[in-house]
Design a protein around this ligand. Structure first.
Ligand SMILES: C[S@@+](CC[C@H](N)C(=O)[O-])C[C@H]1O[C@@H](n2cnc3c(N)ncnc32)[C@H](O)[C@@H]1O
Ligand code: SF4
Length: 374
């Protein structure tokens, strides 16, 4: 089974921390929807597996599309592939785009999972991040979605924000869990080059949170989540059992997907493809019948590294049996050799055939992965 990702590259306003590709010119929405359908047809043979188990509308801000747009895109997917009756269909949404009427219509399109970008339940943080909604609007958005009948709701929160105390973070978490959500994505604030926050940080207008405080916030996240029966199943993702994000889990599982729209990526186990991050260039090339991007054939080392990079971030870890079956016994032996010093100093643990990062050191996963790379 495979996945389909639509990148909807529109935002009413750019947030100060974000470097996802989007434009604030909303006038091209209808034209983009047409181009996405055309790209779907042009790219359909990219997937070896034509059974679709997840569709994901990400952005940018997919909640800036009309429900008619969304239905049209879902119908287009069904004409090209076999969409599973139980498919997970997720839409990312900004809290201030929701009205009860929109949500009722959205429910009828087949979207059955929402990922709402709350970021924080504190107005100070929202102002600092340059969000266009306040905390009350975020709470209302979640309640509206529940009233409209959505039973699988995820929210995004950001921690490690300058000035965010541990108490404030804990309060954010309690507010989130008390809203009866099913899934939480919690990201440490990252400063991306040339974003508003990055520029202000470079000017010395504020300082980054120090590492000890970041670790304490991460530990608080896991502790409070556990009290509410949420499990950390990936470094930034927590859920009640049976509510793991199936689309994202597929990325960590080497499942094929096609990504449609400017800046979207596609993967079919042997090739990776990425579209141009420019809506005008994207639409021009699609109109002419070309695929607007570049591709890379994946060699053995890239495949191994991809597997390590994605799996070590999850609770499932790296399966040495999978490594030897798919990449060869020699690769398994080399990996065990590379892992030895990390196992010795406790930064990795080996349980039977599984290599994992212990929860305590999970924030250092990226450093460990780069030490294991082939
Ligand atoms: C594609 S974005 C947002 C979807 C939607 N447009 C919104 O803003 O609500 C997905 C999520 O990535 C997270 N994110 C984006 N940039 C980040 C950064 N620099 N640091 C931490 N989290 C970030 C935010 O939590 C955001 O909701
Ligand atoms: S966080 Fe969401 S709304 Fe803000 S700029 Fe990024 S994609 Fe747009």
């Amino acid at each position: 089974m495979a996945g389909v990702y639509f990148h909807i590259p529109f935002c009413k306003k750019r947030c100060r921390y974000c470097d996802f590709y989007s434009t604030i010119d909303l006038s091209k929405r209808k034209e983009l929807v047409g181009a996405l359908k055309k790209e779907l047809h042009l790219r359909k043979i990219f997937l070896n597996d034509t059974g679709i188990k997840t569709v994901y509308f990400g952005g940018g801000t997919p909640s800036l599309l009309t429900c008619e747009n969304i239905s049209g895109l879902l119908q287009a997917v069904s004409t090209v592939y076999n969409v599973d009756k139980q498919a997970e269909i997720t839409l990312e949404a900004n809290p201030d785009d929701f009205s009860l009427d929109y949500l009722h219509q959205l429910k009828k399109t087949g979207v059955n999972r929402l990922s709402i970008g709350v970021q924080s339940f504190s107005d100070d943080d929202l102002l600092f991040l340059g969000r266009r909604h306040n905390a009350l609007q975020a709470i209302e958005a979640i309640k509206y979605a529940q009233d409209a009948g959505f039973e699988n709701i995820s929210i995004d929160l950001i921690y490690g924000i300058p000035g965010m105390t541990l108490e404030k973070w804990e309060k954010n978490l309690e507010t989130a869990f008390n809203l009866n959500i099913q899934h939480l994505s919690a990201y440490h604030l990252t400063y991306h080059e040339n974003t508003g926050l990055w520029n202000d940080l470079k000017k010395g207008l504020f300082s980054e949170m120090d590492d000890d405080d970041s670790v304490k916030q991460f530990e608080k996240l896991v502790e409070v989540a556990g009290q509410h029966k949420f499990e950390l199943y990936e470094i930034s993702n927590l859920a009640k059992k049976s509510f793991y994000a199936r689309h994202n889990s597929a990325y960590w599982d080497q499942t094929e997907y096609i990504g449609l729209g400017p800046s979207a990526h596609s993967y079919n186990t042997s090739t990776r493809y990425w579209n141009v991050s420019d809506i005008s260039a994207y639409m021009k090339q699609i109109k002419q019948g070309f695929l607007p991007g570049e591709s890379e054939q994946l060699g053995l080392n890239e495949k191994i590294n991809d597997y390590l990079l994605t799996r070590l971030r999850t609770k499932w870890g790296v399966d040495l049996k999978y490594i030897s079956t798919n990449f060869g016994k020699g690769v398994e032996e080399q990996l065990i050799f590379k892992a030895k010093p990390y196992i010795k100093n406790g930064r990795l643990k080996k349980e039977g055939n599984i290599l994992k990062v212990p929860l305590k050191g999970i924030m250092l996963t990226d450093q460990i992965i780069s030490g294991l790379f082939f």
